[in-house]
Design a protein around this ligand. Structure first.
Ligand SMILES: [Zn+2]
Length: 247
């Protein structure tokens, strides 16, 4: 538990585990509980009235466990594009822009490259849906991997942290994750589809966890300091209704 100074108020930030899910608990001068499941990590946070004791919060959360699980599943599903067949003419996103896919069958290793307004993919003759998806996903992953070193190099001195290890992989429920002990950061290859500022936001968010594990006021203060536009960038990642419900 930590006590965080927030201007005139003292905000208490705490966390509890419910059904294997870690929930951050914030005490505020409010009348009702507010529960949210938030990008980029699918983190669960509850704001609770100061007068409500831990046991009552725990009971209320337990009653909402199915809702939380459902929101996390929705989050997962929203990550998926509508069903794609990976054929010429389909639109696919790259760095926040829409491109037309152009598929060419040709001997040799699969290749993907930008060509004007198109994403041009060449795959072996008869390459099935899975092979085409792998080719595109590999391209997305390589793109994010290429972007990271410069971004880490830019932010390490600014934030005064050092990232020991990082990697990029396709993830279904989160945009990024940070193992604070190992100082290891994972980023979602799907970020290649979003405007570059979203990738930077997720990286700064994960790096900020090296300074503060939770998402309480101290964390927000760090984000405001390093990346004043972080809320806008976060909103851009949320291309689905905010997973928030008031009780
Ligand atoms: Zn986080």
């Amino acid at each position: 538990m930590s006590i965080i100074a927030d201007g005139m108020n003292k905000l208490k930030s705490d966390s509890m585990e419910i059904g294997g899910i870690e929930v951050e608990v914030l005490r505020k001068d409010i009348k009702n509980l507010h529960l949210s499941v938030r990008p980029p990590d699918g983190d669960v946070r509850v704001s609770a009235p100061r007068c409500m004791d831990d046991e009552a919060v725990r009971l209320a959360l337990a009653a909402k466990l199915e809702w939380i699980r459902k929101k996390r599943r929705l989050f997962e599903e929203s990550e998926r594009q509508p069903e794609r067949e990976m054929v010429s003419g389909e639109s696919h996103y790259f760095r926040g822009r829409r491109y037309r896919l152009e598929v060419e069958e040709r001997d040799g290793a699969p290749r993907v490259a930008l060509a004007g307004e198109r994403i041009r993919m060449s795959v072996r003759p008869g390459a099935d849906l899975g092979a085409r998806e792998r080719a595109l996903n590999d391209w997305y992953r390589r793109h994010v991997k290429d972007e990271i070193p410069a971004l880490v190099g830019k932010w390490e001195p600014v934030m005064g942290v050092s990232v020991a290890e990082w990697g990029v992989k396709r993830m279904k429920t989160r945009w990024g994750s940070c193992n604070v002990g190992a100082r290891r950061i994972w980023l979602n290859s799907e970020l290649a589809k979003k405007p570059p500022r979203c990738l930077e936001y997720v990286l700064v968010h994960e790096m900020a966890h090296l300074l503060e594990r939770g998402h309480g006021d101290r964390f927000k203060a760090l984000m405001h300091r390093f990346l004043p536009s972080w809320r806008l960038r976060q909103a851009e990642l949320e291309d689905f209704p905010l997973s928030q419900e008031n009780w």
